[in-house]
Design a protein around this ligand. Structure first.
Ligand code: LMR
Length: 404
């Protein structure tokens, strides 16, 4: 038995956390997984999350009953308002189907599974992913029989967006293709389209009748402003693009292990939404029966209590602000103090949790092997892993590998 099971390699992101934990070196740094750390390299339980948990745990009415199959109603409705906007006409018209999922990964999976069953693919089942994208996207779509192809996105020459290549791929793809779009704070590059570029992307998506599969795991992390980071999604809804949104609260509420997320599918009519909801419910029942309740209750309390919501906005701002500070400081160290060869402006231009440094896989590996700095081999660094105590060590190590 199992003689034919091939040995799989470890996960390219989570293996870094394991290696970092096992490393006794005092100056080791984990810039691998996208998880926020405070200025002491510690995980940060958001003060608002502590407060909401306290309220919940002291509520004598709290029980451990099953949630409905599609999730906690006050969580999914609050989550939909957060990403689509409280005054979204699509919400008012009852055209949005929202289902609670196992964080963003679960939302991607359920969305992909639904498309694999019910979307009218133009020929083969294909999804177009940005080159590069979060590595897990490939496996998630393959698992449900949808073959990933890539579209040009990142241009290594400019360490920026390959806008012309992106638009051409949208134009050249067969009509009704499915395109996965990162709503903000693109993972892994930190490179986002501008508002004008999003407008053009929407034009082509509409002209070619493509389907927009939005992934949003960093709302609030890009700018520190939850509404600002939802702009692309809201704009696409307003333009009437056929679309769904995968939403995660892992990063912006610091609820990584609680697996809080939602899938929102925007339908043309309420009647279509009701049919879609019924089938998503059937799929969810066979996969997880019903989603976990604790994290969803915490987020629901925050989203639906005005004072807690204001506190959450301040916490998100704290996290985004610290990351932006680290971008500025890294840029300053490289350009003004160390005079590291090359242009490092992308460090301050890129957005969100990650920065694509532009270094080669060999240079990334050298940082890990020589300097005990853990990062993915594509040169992505999680900015949240940097702080006032370790940023100089990192900048000097980066300077050394760049000089060769
Ligand atoms: C990352 O890209 O580091 C995060 O989204 C964590 C994960 O699940 O890979």
């Amino acid at each position: 038995t199992w003689d034919t099971v091939p040995l799989a390699p470890p996960d390219s992101i989570f293996k870094l956390t394991a290696a970092y934990k096992a490393d006794p070196h005092p100056q080791k740094i984990n810039l691998g997984v996208g998880a926020y750390r405070d200025d002491d390299s510690k995980p940060w339980v958001l003060p608002v999350v502590r407060k909401a948990s306290h309220i919940l745990l002291n509520d004598p009415a709290l029980d451990h009953e099953y949630l409905p199959i599609t999730g906690l109603p006050e969580f999914v409705s609050g989550a939909a308002r957060l990403i689509l906007g409280a005054s979204s006409p699509a919400l008012a018209e009852g055209r949005v189907v929202s289902v609670q999922t196992i964080s963003g990964t679960g939302a991607n999976h359920l969305g992909a599974l639904f498309l694999s069953r019910y979307y009218h693919f133009n020929g083969e089942k294909v999804v177009y992913l940005s080159d590069p994208t979060w590595v897990n996207h490939f496996a998630i779509f393959r698992n449900v029989g949808i073959e990933p192809k890539t579209y040009p996105y990142y241009d290594p020459k400019t360490i920026g967006l390959d806008y012309a290549g992106f638009v051409k791929a949208l134009e050249d793809a067969p009509e009704r293709s499915v395109f996965l779009l990162h709503a903000c704070a693109h993972n892994p590059t930190g490179v986002d389209p501008t508002e004008e570029q999003w407008a053009k992307v929407a034009d082509v998506v509409l002209a070619k009748k493509h389907y927009a599969f939005f992934d949003t795991a960093y709302q609030g992390f890009a700018s520190g402003d939850l509404d600002h980071d939802a702009k692309a999604v809201r704009y696409f809804v307003q333009r009437g693009v056929p679309m769904l949104v995968c939403q995660s609260f892992a990063k912006n509420a610091g609820l990584y292990g609680e697996r809080v997320g939602a899938l929102h599918l925007i339908s043309p009519t309420k009647e279509a939404a009701d049919r879609v909801r019924s089938q998503l419910s059937v799929l969810q029942r066979s996969e997880i029966s019903n989603p976990p309740s604790y994290g969803a209750r915490v987020v629901a309390l925050i989203l639906n209590t005005p004072e807690l919501f204001e506190e959450w906005k301040a916490d998100v701002h704290t996290m985004a602000g610290r990351i932006i500070e680290m971008r500025k400081e890294l840029h300053r160290l490289l350009t003004e103090e160390l005079h590291t060869p090359g242009n490092w402006d992308h460090i301050v231009k890129q957005i969100g949790m990650f920065s694509f440094t532009g270094i080669t896989p060999e240079q990334s590996k050298a940082l890990t092997e020589r300097d005990h700095i853990y990062l993915t081999v594509n040169g992505r660094i999680s900015m949240a892993g940097l702080n006032r105590s370790n940023i100089r060590y990192f900048a000097e190590a980066l300077d050394r590998v760049v000089r060769g």
